[in-house]
Design a protein around this ligand. Sequence first.
Ligand code: GDG
Length: 744
Amino acid sequence: MNETQRLFIVANRLPVQEAEKGRKKGFRQSSGGLVSALKSYFDRTRDSGFARKSWIGIADFRRESWEKWNQGHRDPGDFELLPLFIDEALYDGYYNGFSNSVLWPLFHYFPTYASFQLRQFEAYRQVNQLFAERIAAEAQPGDVVWVHDYHLFLLPGLLRRLRPDLTIGFFLHIPFPHFEIFRQIPRPWCLELLEGLLGADLIGFHTIEYRRYFQETVQMILHAESDFGQIYYQDRLIRADLFPIGIDTEKFRLASADPRVETRRQDIRQNFPDQKLIFSLDRLDYTKGVLQRLSGFANFLDHHPEWHGRVVMLLNVIPSRDRLSKYTERKRLIEERVSSVNGRFSNYRWQPIVYFYRHLEFDHLCSFYQVADVALITPLRDGMNLVAKEYVASRHREDGALILSELAGAANELGEAFLVNPFDETEVATAIYQSLTLPADQQQERMRRMQARLRDYDVHRWVEDFLQELRLSRQLQQARSNRVLDERNRGIIREKMGEARRRLLLLDYDGTLRPFARHPLQALPDAALMRLLDQLAGQPDQELAIISGRDSATLENWLGSLPVILVAEHGALIKYPERPWSTLLPVSTDWKQEVLPTLERFTRRCHGSFLEEKEYAIAWHYRNMEKQLGFSRSRELLQNLSVLLANRPLQVLDGNQVVEVRSAHINKGLVARTLADTLEADFILCMGDDKTDEDMFQALRESAVTIKIGSGQTAARFTIPRQQDVTGFLESLLDLHPKYSRHA
Ligand code: GDG
């Protein structure tokens, strides 16, 4: 990072809240996980590499109070605070509306809670746009922007449009759901949301599942190629990676030595001298599973009367989103359930649940963490869940037990907890019993392991890791965009061509010279393309070869009149001008009878798909099928073929909406190399769009100008992102400057 670089943290909220201090109003740092994470990282890391740090978020206070307070204040964490003041109705549509009545319930697998209203999506878009405009106006070239969470999915894309020079990272704090859930969002919004996200250089998730679902969704909806966390979209490389958020373990360990925390802990303990304490803390939210948890606890009390009077559950619910009816209704249901459990089991000396509905001060929270024998944390879905981690980090005596929902992201890292299905009240009840009776040595062993893991990837590592990977993503991105064939490189290519004694052009056909058509026979060349190819082939000292996967008859029919070399079936057959077709290598076709029945079965079962039988290959095309079905069937076919053809000298090609089987000895690379050698060319230009063309790019790696058409991973030296630009480029090679051409 350079010395003048500025970091923008962008989140729905600012890290401060208006608060009353006696009779005076002021501002204090807000309590959220993200605020304390970033603040503690930057407090500790003096040399973060950023000259300035700013935090942009929506103000939940009035402009006047801010202006009064802001004179002279900069904190917390030395961030410059940039509040966005947003009209209340607009904010309501964006926050209570689309963010928390569509994205939040859907992404936590509550699809029936989602209500889709165009007006709210428009508010969401508008607020994201306001963020983008504010950042675009503030940022200097090359600054770094780190966007947080589901409220701002559109922001990376909107900002990229305004400021392509910025490095943009995005982190999702909640789960990314399975495609089947995501697709319930109206299609145009799905596209906008994903394209918005893909404006980032790096997208971070808590777990590998969230990343997988995201990649699958991008593939299903945008048909963007992706592998191992790299997504290729509109000629950009976007990385998606895992960054399971950690906590400030040191802060929770130190809190144990804080006398205020110790006093509170003793105070709580004295009230429950003979009882084990089960602690539970959540924001008021239907995703947190409080009702199911209470049923689990009641089930435990039902089956273990010996524990009556000996265990108490301290249930803390923190007020949240109380303008949404789903939340106020939840509060009522929880309170009813608490009363019903207490009413059923209490006696004069004992009440099984002590219920709190309020925000806790930090030292109070820590005293709960320390006093609790068991933490019972059973969300129905949770991106991560920091409370579970904080409980573990607070156990400085290495005792206690954690019961954790397997549907919380944190379950991936806290395998020593009692992992439960939060919907299964019997399993929760059993885990409560097991945790209350867990021998001390086992408590210690489990705690130690979990604590070591939390220390290993604490919040500082999380921030550092994300920012480092973001920097790397940008570098990869830039290295890649340097490969887009620009004017300068076109000039260099023309110059080299002009100087060459013998030139060879190797061009793929479908997807390179012609766009893809619904049926292969519809991609025939038009008059302009025929003229261009004729002119290219007619240049002095220049050979033109069309190297295609198509069968020889089609190529002959379409292009046979031109003075060009035709190569069919990826190199199985070759034809020089005025000469008959011949084979490059003797190749057997006995295998066809074995493969045909499987391919025919898939064709029958997949409406819209069709077979293309060539002399040395058979291709199953699925471009006319419904997109998602076609893709998933093609995966099935690939799996079938890999079993059927194991150890046979055949290759199965996973092409662009086609699966092709052919002899392993044939590939475009071999024929490209052979032509280059036999024609003794000292300049080779090779262009293609598909995976089969990669064989040519690899084979000619050192000696040729290789150009990939479209996006995606490639071994080619240059890329032309859009197929429509290919003919323009080839036309520019027709009039090489006289100074370059020996024949001029
Ligand atoms: C998102 C995701 C993901 C809570 N009540 C009080 C209080 N807290 C603190 C806790 C903890 C944090 O707030 C809550 O942790 P969550 O994990 O639930 O985080 P959220 O910010 O709500 O939610 C979640 C997280 O982002 C991080 O990526 O884990 O899955 O939904 O730090 O200690 N702190 C104090 N008093 C309270 O009453 N002082």
